[in-house]
Each structure stands twice: as C-alpha cells, then as structure tokens.
Ligand binder design. Structure first.
Ligand SMILES: NC(=O)c1ccc[n+]([C@@H]2O[C@H](COP(=O)([O-])OP(=O)(O)OC[C@H]3O[C@@H](n4cnc5c(N)ncnc54)[C@H](OP(=O)(O)O)[C@@H]3O)[C@@H](O)[C@H]2O)c1
Length: 246
C-alpha cells in the first residue's frame, strides 16, 4: 500500500458501468485521465460500447462481467482490474436495480434480489476495492433521493436499500479514514436512463425544476468527489434531484 493521493495515473473502478449513470461516470473519469475498469451484469454489448467510446477519445478502459450479487465474481473483477491497470485510486459503486411492488404482493425473490445487489453487493464492492486501493483514494456510491423522501407506493424496499447505503457510507468513513480514503454517497433524483424510461413525464411534473437530471450531471459530481480537491469530505450523502425531495 502506498501513501499517495489519487492521481490521474490511478485506475478507476466503476461497478455497473455499462449503461446510464455508470457509463457516464466511466466516460467522465476516463476523460479526466484515469484508466477505467467497468463491470456489468449481462449487457456485454453496452459495456463494449462504453470501452470503445473511451478508447476513441484516447483513454484506456476494460470491461469485466461481474454480477454484484456474486462475491467471487466481484473479487475476481477487482483482482483482474488491478493486475491490468494497477491499484485503484477511485471506486464508484453504481450497480443497482429498481424493482417495486405494493406490500401485499411483494414477491420474496424481488426482496432478496434488491438486498443482494443494492446492499450486499455495495458492501462487497467497497470491501474488495478498498483492499487494493491506494491510500488517499476515493470511494463513491450511488444511492438515491428515495433514502430521504419518496412517496411512491411500491418503492419501500428500494428506498430501504438506498437508506442502507447512506448509513453504510457514513459508518465506513470511520473505517477508511486512517488510510485517508474518503467515501461519499450521491443521492440522485430522477435521471434520464433506462430505469426511468416510460415514466419521465410524470417525474418531470413532480419536479420543482420541471425536468429530470442527466447522467452527465451525476458524473460531474462524481468527478469532483473523486478529485484531490474533495479530500476533506467524507461520510456524506449528497442529494441531487432538482429539489424533488425538498
Ligand atoms: N435513473 C435514476 O433516476 C436513478 C435515481 C436515483 C438513483 N439511481 C441509481 O443509480 C444507479 C444507476 O442507475 P441507472 O438509472 O443508470 O440504471 P441503468 O441504466 O439500469 O444501468 C444500471 C447499470 O448497473 C449495472 N448493473 C445492474 N445490476 C447489476 C448487477 N447485479 N451487477 C453488476 N452490474 C449491475 C447494469 O449492467 P448491465 O448493463 O449489464 O445490466 C448497468 O451498467 C443505480 O444504483 C440506481 O439505483 C438511479
């Protein structure tokens, strides 16, 4: 383990970097000079598109299949990324899914999957990345503004998983502080991705700014949190939702 702060030479790991917010973060960090390793669950085609886009802009990227519900796959992905790109200076834990149902019909397998990916997978990703990270590194999670306020029937378990992420980040800040590794959580509101496709109109209607956010806007905040300048912020959850949850 070195005692450096993350520099452009340090690799960035993006868990769930093949589509949406994660893809935008992977591309932004590559543009900022970091070699990027991104994981995906099943969309190898989309992961390859992100890698090609980064390479077309002169960056370095590799895609690794690793379902965040699979502890072994996560550990192998981090080991392989480290072997090829060096120890990570940045890890962005974005992989997550939205599923919902009213209480009386909530299926057990949906409950288990949400917990496995959005909570257990987040913890395991952080644990695997931190074990190989340079001192002074940066960890960023993507939570959700539903951790703060939701009001949508059916979102109970999803919101619970994102509240768990916020608490996990707050507490892990203490574990990581001796190595000057910071960890922070971005809580986006509605962002235009595959998750929100189909109900964008109603989300715009409920938003004080009368629009949804873009993956690029989340990526810009992630890039700041990943920078050397953000070294005094840790354990924080930052809500970015156009005022949706005020
Ligand atoms: N969009 C929003 O409005 C919004 C708002 C608040 C929070 N968020 C959070 O932001 C994150 C990204 O959301 P998004 O809207 O960008 O979603 P998205 O467009 O559906 O993309 C999800 C990304 O995560 C990956 N992923 C999903 N499940 C995975 C698993 N089990 N293992 C590994 N990778 C997995 C996907 O890989 P594949 O391509 O292989 O499926 C994809 O790269 C999520 O944590 C979500 O909860 C989103």
């Amino acid at each position: 383990m070195t005692n450096e702060s993350p520099s452009h030479a340090n690799a960035a790991l993006v868990f769930g970097g093949s589509r949406g917010i994660g893809a935008a973060i992977a591309r932004r960090l590559a543009r900022d000079g970091h070699p990027v390793a991104l994981t995906y669950a099943s969309r190898a085609d989309k992961a390859a598109e992100v890698v090609a886009a980064i390479e077309a802009e002169g960056g370095t990227a590799l895609a690794l299949q690793a379902d965040s519900a699979d502890a072994g796959a996560l550990a192998s992905a981090v080991a392989s990324a480290t072997a090829r790109l060096g120890p990570p200076g940045i890890a962005v834990v974005n992989a997550g899914l939205y599923q919902g149902s009213p209480l009386d019909a909530f299926p057990l397998d949906m409950l288990d999957r949400l917990l496995a990916v959005n909570v257990r997978g987040v913890f395991l990703s952080i644990q695997a990345a931190a074990a190989r990270m340079v001192d002074g590194g940066r960890i960023i999670t993507i939570g959700s503004n539903t951790a703060v306020r939701s009001g949508v029937v059916g979102s109970s378990v999803y919101a619970m998983t994102k509240a768990a992420v916020a608490t996990l980040v707050r507490e892990l800040a203490l574990d990581l502080a001796p190595r000057r590794i910071t960890i922070n959580n971005i809580q986006p509101g509605p962002i235009e991705t595959d998750i929100t496709a189909g109900f964008l109109e109603q989300l715009v209607e409920r938003n004080p700014l009368r629009r949804v956010g873009t993956p690029g806007e989340v990526a810009a905040l992630a890039a700041h949190l990943a920078s050397a300048e953000a070294g005094y912020m840790t354990g924080a959850s930052l809500t970015m939702d156009g005022g949706f949850s005020i």
